[in-house]
Structures are given as C-alpha cells and as structure tokens.
Ligand binder design. Sequence first.
Ligand SMILES: *Cc1c(COP(=O)(O)O)cnc(C)c1O
Length: 467
Amino acid sequence: MNTEPDSQISSSDISFRLRQLPSVDSLLNSAGGEELIVRFGRELTLEALRRALDLSRYAIAEGRQQQIEIVDLIASADSWLKELIAPTLRPVVNATGVIIHTNLGRAPASSAAIAAIMATAKGYSTLEYDLESGQRGSRTIHAEKLMTRITGAEAALVVNNNAAALLLMLTALCQGREIIISRGQLVEIGGGFRIPDVMAQSGAKLVEVGTTNRTHLADYDQAISEYTSAILVAHHSNFKVVGFTSEPALGEIAELAHQQDLLMLYDQGSGALLDTSKFGLDPEPLVQTALQSGVDVVTFSGDKLLGGPQAGILCGRETLISQMKRHPLARAVRADKMALAALSVTLTRYLTGQALNEIPVWQMIARPLEEIEKLAHEWAELLTIKGLSVEVIDGQSTIGGGSLPGATLPTKLLALNHPKPVKLANDLRYQDPPIIARISEDQLVFDPRTVLPGQEQALIGAIIAFS
Ligand SMILES: *Cc1c(COP(=O)(O)O)cnc(C)c1O
C-alpha cells in the first residue's frame, strides 16, 4: 500500500480514487472476506470491512493513499478483528522472582488442580447432589473434611475469597456489636482493601486499642464492654512493624476473650499450612497453630501460601461455622465449583505429604539455589552465544501476596546489560506471552525461580529477538 503523502494530487484524482474503492458487498464476497466471516462471523466482519473502507476514504481524501488493493482492506479488517477479540487476561512469564504475585494471579495451579478444574468444568458434577440419596446435597461438604483433618478445626467453610470470608464472619457473628482490634493491625492489604473498611461493612463497631507499634493485653482488657462480641487479630499481611514493638501472643488474647465470653477471631491471611522457617524464612503463623492457641474462627486465602485457587476459607468451631453457613450472605459469597475442585485436590497433597513436590508455590519456595544457579548459567550461555552482555548475579526472590512481609530467599539472577533497559522491559511485555522482568541498578534482571517449566524457550527467544 502506497501511503506516501502526495501534495500534487488534484481533486479529480481524489474523486477517481474514491470511485475505485470496492463496495462492502464485493469485499464480503471476496475470498478474503469469506474467510473473515468463517473466523469472526458475518456481523463483525461487515463492521470491520466498513471501518477499513472508511479509513481508506480518509487516507485518499488526505492524499495519503493512492492504490487501494482488496488484500489491503481485508488485512486492515483482519487486524482490527483480531485485536477486538484478543483476550485481555493472558498468561505471562513471571521472571520477577515474586512467588505469590497478586497482580500476576497469585498461586499457579498444580497439575492435579488443573485436571480437577477441567473435569469439573467440562461436564456435570456432584456440586450439590448427594449420590447416596439421589437428592439435593450441599456444596459446602466438598473441601470441608480435608480442611478439618489438616487443620484440626471442628468445621470449615469455603467462600469466594478471604475478604468475603472476613465479611461473612464479622457479619454473621458480630453485626450490631463491638469488635476490638489493635491499631497496629488496621492495615491496607493492597488494591485499596482495608481491614477497617470491611469491618465497618459488616455492621459491627470497631473499637481500636493500643498504638501502631505496641498493644498490650491490658489494652484489650480495658476496651471490653457489655457491647463487645469479639476480639479480632489480623495478620499484618504486607506490612512489617520493626523495632520497639509488642503484641500479645494469640493464645493470651484467646484466653482473655474466653474468660470474658467473647469470640476470638483471627484473619491469618496467607493460609500457611507448612512451616516456612524450614526454608530460611521467618516463621509464618500456621493455621493449625492458631486453632491450637484457642482461636474460635480463623480465615485465610486459598491462593496465597496454601497454593490453591482463589478462595476464602473459614475454619473453627462447629456452632460458629454453621451460623455462617446459614447466613444469607453465605450464598452471595459462595465458592464456585472449579475452585472447590481445585482446592480439594490441593488439600489432598498436604495430607499425603506431597505439597513440596507438587504445589507450585511450595516447589518454588523449596527450589534449591544450585538448581536456580544452573538455570541462570544455561540462559546466560545461550544469550552470550548470541552476542549479548549478560552475567549471573546474586539476588533475592520474595514471597509476596501479603505473606511474610519483607521475607526473601537468596536467588541467582540473570542480569542483562543493555543501553536501554526500560525500553527493553517494555518490548518484552509486548511479547506473546508477555515477559515480566525487573530492573535493578540499570540492569534488566530475570529470576529463574518463578519461571515455570516450559516457559524458558519463550523467555530466551524474546530476549534474543529484542536485545
Ligand atoms: C490477602 C489478605 C486478605 C484478602 O484476601 P483475598 O483472598 O485477597 O480476598 C485479607 N486479610 C489478610 C491478612 C490478607 O493477607
């Protein structure tokens, strides 16, 4: 297509060229048009061809276009149609080293979870059907038995996400009453999600105690009134208080709550079921330990350290969990069948001792440094052959997802020396699949820890193509 501006063009030339444009019907009936109809349907194709013709008319009137070929019009319609239906939710290569990256979809699913999701999605299932009686069953049973066995809780309930779990818990158990919480725990988790806002939404009244850095048991004690229904402890999530700090242990607060006939509620957040300190990380409070300390209900996410699908899980005393199951809000925040299928199978991996080998989040946490270093060197070699300036340097992977704030794992990074690292980072994001890397001290760095098996070729190919 000739798109050179042409200042010598006369108005009669323009009218001639406009008359030369094919009709929409002839485009629709052309071989190319028919092919577009097969792929995109008649209605969208018609819209796309009209649009392509309009653009051409414009270009001709401005003297930017001379010859108009049918293939060019079809190609223009084709690219518009492709962009129109291109998904905005796309798989990416996460080379950032942030294991539970909330913006990149948190925990990748295990193979077993993917199989369970597919099996459940593609047909009918026992979602709310009891095979024994041939009658209506309940969706709440699916992950409950596994969850209670793993955590030692009397009962469990799975909902849409942890924010929903928290909202349901506070609404069903504390509406119209007071909840005491430490000022150090009034945190914003990310994406504008604030613990105090959810608490307010539940219709319970927030009673703040202590200070940002220090809260004592006596602070809780003094705030208890005849209107108090519960003490809530919330994990600091993505935020760490260091230095002159103090908070009573969960067990101490639980004891106080129970002495005063109050509920002890705990937003644990991460869903850690395994001891993170085995991997050189700070110990993350475990769900099981929280329940042992006397917590009445604990809530957490399914897609953080638990390594499963998006879900919110409530574990705790039978009477309280059934109160929540019966609350009208439970229906509004219920978990979908694919999440229940994926969560159940993920939980079986904990029971059989396979979590570290089979759940991607834990595989990444447990990934030996030597293995990461070996990968980084392999990538470096491939890129050096192509004439790129790279090195393998020490770095830190992070857990992310609002768990273990500030906790890092030593890693090895592939570092690329490039005159324009920001531009290269942008170019890599435009690849298919998009590559998400990090800039550190003017180098573009790639952490092999979070690059999944099967993504390496795309990563290396894209770096070579754009450097
Ligand atoms: C992540 C987190 C939440 C929110 O959980 P979602 O599953 O994202 O709804 C709430 N509380 C704490 C402490 C968290 O860490």
